[in-house]
Design a protein around this ligand. Structure first.
Ligand SMILES: Nc1ncnc2c1ncn2[C@@H]1O[C@H](COP(=O)(O)OP(=O)(O)OP(=O)(O)O)[C@@H](O)[C@H]1O
Ligand SMILES: [Mg+2]
Length: 388
């Protein structure tokens, strides 16, 4: 989309593509190399760190080298039939060139499946969608899935193309069917030349899948940890997007913005979106605009934080109030005394629950709130000693 003086250049929520995508050059290069090498990778990162956007960017770059990158998002495939359909669709898209679409040849690989897919064509854009009816025998569905999982390796090999299969929200795999990891792993093991890329946010589930010796995926993939975006490239990105739309922002204001978001990709785009909105056309963003932008962010997140707060148990609330004031070591007696917290065992239980909900992260006993803007919201609305 062309940048104009009237359109906000920041985006949060959808995938960050092309000019919405900042930095991550070394991560893209690393992932692209792993894919060319057929190396399996698991990408760990908290929610909204840009995992999906990163893989899309890498895949776009690789498309020009004819690398075959099939992608499925397991959040959209709650059943094995849906997973099979998504696999068939993405594989089809990878092997059918726009000109060849609908040619019998491109559909041939799907003819041998145990369950025959129904194929529908979207008249608007000519795209294909596969589906598999429900109510089939479990063994037939498993056989169909297995065959589909074998296809990328065969088709890629036949066309002399590097091949990858990306599975986003991979932690959902156990919810679709607890036996699926075993099936997948047994197929993937036989395709050393295919790069399997797993993305997921629910840390405790992802770690169980890949770091538990009793699990089929144990140590089966290189681990890649995606962090926040560095201040320097992110600041340049923000300044650039302002300039492209006829507004400006000075280094100090961008610095303040990034200090508050810590380079969290989603939070930074969200804050920058509101800052741009607060800045009059043709003008320069000031600290005052930034203050108003933060208030607007908190207003827009109010319902979300309100729900989060209501559903938190009492000790969890106390811990959140403490961490909003002071990230630190809640197990130590000094910290608990300072913030009037209950005994360490209750604090530990609350922290574990908050970690599982991905609201808080901890390492070596030190904890902080990861949910962006939650600390500011707690301080403003339900801070310890406030009367709301
Ligand atoms: N490289 C980037 N540059 C700028 N903004 C980014 C970048 N990556 C992510 N974002 C911002 O973060 C948001 C979330 O990105 P994305 O959906 O890729 O993250 P995710 O880690 O896959 O999230 P989820 O855990 O919800 O699946 C985007 O809408 C965008 O605003
Ligand atoms: Mg994602």
């Amino acid at each position: 989309m062309a940048q104009t003086a009237h359109t906000n250049p920041f985006r949060f929520g959808a995938l960050a593509l092309d000019e919405s995508f900042a930095d991550r050059e070394s991560e893209i290069a690393e992932l692209a190399n792993d894919i060319r090498n057929g190396q399996d990778v698991v990408v760990f990162a908290p929610r909204r760190y840009g995992k999906s956007s990163l893989v899309w960017s890498a895949a776009r770059g690789l498309a020009s080298e004819r690398v075959m990158v099939a992608q499925v998002d397991l959040i959209t495939t709650p059943t094995k039939e849906r997973l099979a359909a998504a696999l068939a669709t993405t594989i089809y898209e990878q092997i059918a060139s726009p000109l060849e679409r609908a040619r019998e040849k491109t559909l041939a690989p799907f003819r041998g499946l145990q369950i025959q897919p129904t194929i529908t064509i979207d008249p608007a854009d000519g795209s294909f969608a596969f589906s598999f009816g429900v109510g089939r025998k479990a063994a037939d569905i498993d056989a169909t899935l297995e065959r589909l999982l074998e296809l990328p390796a065969e088709l890629g090999g036949a066309g002399d193309r590097h091949t990858a299969l990306v599975m986003d929200e991979f932690q959902e795999i156990v919810d679709i069917d607890p036996d699926l990891p075993k099936l997948l792993r047994s197929v993937f093991q036989r395709q050393p030349e295919v790069a399997h890329v797993y993305l997921g946010s629910k840390r405790h589930i992802m770690e169980r899948i890949f770091s538990d010796a009793n699990e089929p995926f144990w140590r089966s993939a290189k681990q890649m940890e995606l962090g926040t975006i560095d201040a320097e490239p992110f600041a340049a990105f923000i300044a650039d997007r302002f300039r492209g739309t006829g507004r400006t922002v000075d280094e100090g204001t961008v610095g303040e913005l990034l200090a508050l978001t810590d380079g969290h990709p989603y939070a930074t785009q969200e804050f920058a979106y509101f800052l741009w909105e607060q800045t009059p056309g043709g003008r320069k963003a000031s600290s005052e605009h930034l203050r108003r932008a933060l208030a607007a962010v908190l207003r827009s997140e109010h319902a979300h934080f309100g729900l989060l707060w209501e559903s938190a148990a009492t000790v969890q609330k106390l811990v959140l109030q403490a961490l909003a004031r002071e990230p630190g070591r809640p197990f130590t007696a000094e910290y608990r005394t300072r913030h009037n917290l209950p005994p360490a065992t209750s604090v530990q239980k609350a922290l574990r629950a908050l970690e599982q909900r991905e609201v808080v992260v901890g390492a070596d006993g030190a904890y902080r709130i990861v949910e962006p803007f939650l600390a500011e919201w707690v301080e403003a609305n339900v801070g310890a000693g406030s009367h709301h």
